[in-house]
Design a protein around this ligand. Structure first.
Ligand SMILES: [Zn+2]
Length: 450
C-alpha cells in the first residue's frame, strides 16, 4: 500500500525503537543504582521508588542488574511516547497505552502519538509528560542528602505513646458508619464522634461548613471537623494534621456499603491518635487536628479549609501540614511508606525519612515529588509546606474503593503498618512543633491516663 506523503512525514522521523528495562532496586545500594543509570549506550532513566526504568542495551543492563533482578523488558519503545499516569484513577482518567513500570503514585506508560495529544489536552493532571533522568520517587536510604540523627528524648516520648491497638479500635468504630459525603445521617454520626474524641482530649472542637454539588444536582452542605491545640509558647504558629473521614464504594454516588476502613478511617483515626501522643508533651506551636469530608468528590473539604485560611489571612501562619490517607495496609511484612509533596518541599519529605531512620528503623520510606489526588494538593497549591503520608502498597490493596474495605480485610500487617507511619509522623510533628514539657517525666506521666 502506498502511503500518502503527509503520513510519511508524520511517522518517518521517529527514532529507532529501543529496549526499556525495568530493574527491581528495592534492595539495591547507591553504587548499583548509579551504575545502572550510567550504562554505556544509554541516556534515559527514570527512578520510580522501588523500580528503575532504563532505556538502553538489553544485555548490558541485564548484566549490570546482576542479582537485583529484571522485572520486565519491553522491545520497540519510543522514548518520545512515554507518559506518566496517576495510579488508582480508573474512575476519572482514561486508561491508554501499555504499562511499563510503576512507582509512587504513578505508572509509566507508552501511548501513541494521537493518544498523547488528546491526553495532554484533557488537562486533569492525571496524565503528565515524563522528565527523563530524574527521580520521581526515591527510597530514602538511596538519598544522597540522607542524614542520621540521635534520638531526642522528648521526641522519643511522643513516639512511644503511639498505641496501635487503640488506633485500630478507632478504625473499627469509624468503619461502622457508611461515610459517603452524599449521605447524611451516618456521615454526621461519624463527624460527631470525631468531635467528641477531640473534646475528650481537651481540644476546642469546631465545625467548618462548606458547599458541594449533590449526587443528583443541587448544592449540599458538609462539614470539616477539627480540634485545636493552642501552643503555650508559640500560639500564633500553626501545624495542621489532617485526613478525610468520608469514604466511598465502587459507585461514588451510592450512600451505603462504604465502610472505608483503610480509605480512610485509618488516616482519620491516625489524626486522633497523634493528638493523644502529642498533647501530654505540650507542643509549643498550635496544632489543628482536622478531618475533612468531600475528599472522594474532589478534595472539597480540604480545599474549603485552604480557602478559609486565605480569607482569614492565616495562610502564612501555617508552618507545616501532614495529611494521612490510607496508612494501614501492607501487602507483606516489609513496611514501606510513601511521603509525597512538590519538589520545593523535598527537604520536608527528607525529614520524614530521617525521622523513620531514627525512631522507626523497620519502616522503609519512599519520597515522591509528584503530588496527586489527596488533601495535600490544595495546601501545596496555596504555597503551604505539606506532605502526604500513604502506605507504599496502597495500589495493591484489593478492597480499595469497595464495600469490602472493612477493618478485617486490611489484613494481618495493619497494626505494625499503622504504628510505623504514626510514629514517624509523631516524630516530625514533635520536632517542628517543639515540646514545652519534653523533658519533664512527671508532667508527662501525669497525662498518660487521659
Ligand atoms: Zn482516601
Amino acid at each position: 500500500m502506498k502511503l500518502p506523503l503527509c503520513l510519511l512525514l508524520v511517522f518517518a522521523p521517529a527514532a529507532a525503537a529501543e529496549v526499556l528495562t525495568v530493574v527491581d532496586i528495592a534492595h539495591a545500594d547507591t553504587a548499583q543504582v548509579e551504575q545502572l543509570k550510567r550504562i554505556p549506550g544509554s541516556d534515559w532513566w527514570l527512578e520510580m521508588g522501588l523500580q528503575l526504568a532504563v532505556i538502553g542495551p538489553r544485555d548490558a543492563l541485564r548484566e549490570a542488574a546482576g542479582t537485583l533482578g529484571v522485572l520486565a523488558s519491553f522491545d520497540d519503545v519510543d522514548p518520545a511516547h512515554l507518559m506518566l499516569r496517576a495510579r488508582g484513577c480508573s474512575e476519572h482518567a482514561p486508561e491508554a497505552g501499555r504499562l511499563l513500570a510503576k512507582g509512587g503514585r504513578w505508572e509509566l506508560r507508552e501511548v501513541s502519538a494521537g493518544e498523547m495529544q488528546s491526553l495532554l489536552l484533557t488537562d486533569d493532571h492525571a496524565w503528565q509528560p515524563v522528565k527523563p533522568n530524574t527521580s520521581m520517587a526515591r527510597q530514602y536510604r538511596l538519598e544522597p542528602q540522607r542524614s542520621t540523627q540521635a534520638a531526642d528524648p522528648g521526641v522519643q516520648q511522643v513516639v512511644d505513646r503511639i498505641d496501635s491497638a487503640r488506633w485500630f479500635a478507632d478504625v473499627q468504630t469509624l468503619a461502622g458508619w457508611d461515610r459517603s459525603s452524599y449521605g447524611t445521617t451516618s456521615l454526621d454520626a461519624a463527624r460527631d464522634w470525631i468531635a467528641t474524641q477531640f473534646s475528650a482530649l481537651g481540644l476546642s472542637d469546631g465545625l467548618q461548613a462548606f458547599s458541594m454539588n449533590g449526587a443528583s444536582g443541587g448544592t449540599i452542605t458538609r462539614y470539616n471537623v477539627s480540634g485545636a491545640w493552642i501552643g503555650s509558647s508559640l500560639p500564633d504558629r500553626w501545624l495542621i494534621v489532617g485526613a478525610h473521614y468520608d469514604s466511598r464504594n465502587a459507585t461514588l454516588s451510592s450512600t451505603v456499603n462504604a465502610p472505608g476502613a483503610e480509605d480512610n478511617a485509618s488516616g482519620c483515626a491516625g489524626v486522633i491518635e497523634l493528638a493523644r501522643a502529642l498533647l501530654p508533651s505540650q507542643p509549643s506551636r498550635s496544632i489543628l487536628f482536622v478531618c475533612y469530608a468531600g475528599e472522594e468528590q474532589g478534595l472539597k473539604g480540604s480545599a474549603a479549609h485552604v480557602q478559609s485560611l486565605i480569607q482569614a489571612s492565616q495562610r502564612s501562619s501555617v508552618d507545616a501540614v501532614v495529611i494521612m490517607d490510607m496508612i494501614g495496609y501492607s501487602a507483606d511484612a516489609n513496611l514501606e511508606a510513601l511521603y509525597e509533596s512538590s519538589a520545593s518541599y523535598n527537604p520536608y519529605l527528607l525529614q520524614f525519612g530521617a525521622a523513620a531512620a531514627t525512631y522507626v528503623p523497620q519502616l522503609a520510606v519512599v519520597t515522591s515529588t509528584n503530588p496527586f489526588g489527596s488533601d495535600h494538593v490544595p495546601y501545596i497549591n496555596a504555597g503551604v509546606r505539606t506532605a502526604l503520608a500513604i502506605e507504599n502498597d496502597w495500589n495493591d490493596y484489593p478492597h480499595y474503593h469497595r464495600s469490602t474495605d472493612t477493618p478485617a480485610n486490611i489484613g494481618p500487617n495493619v497494626q505494625p503498618m499503622g504504628a510505623a507511619i504514626l510514629k514517624t509522623n509523631a516524630a516530625v510533628i514533635a520536632e517542628i512543633a517543639g515540646l514545652d514539657h519534653a523533658a519533664d517525666p512527671v508532667f508527662a506521666s501525669g497525662f498518660e491516663g487521659r
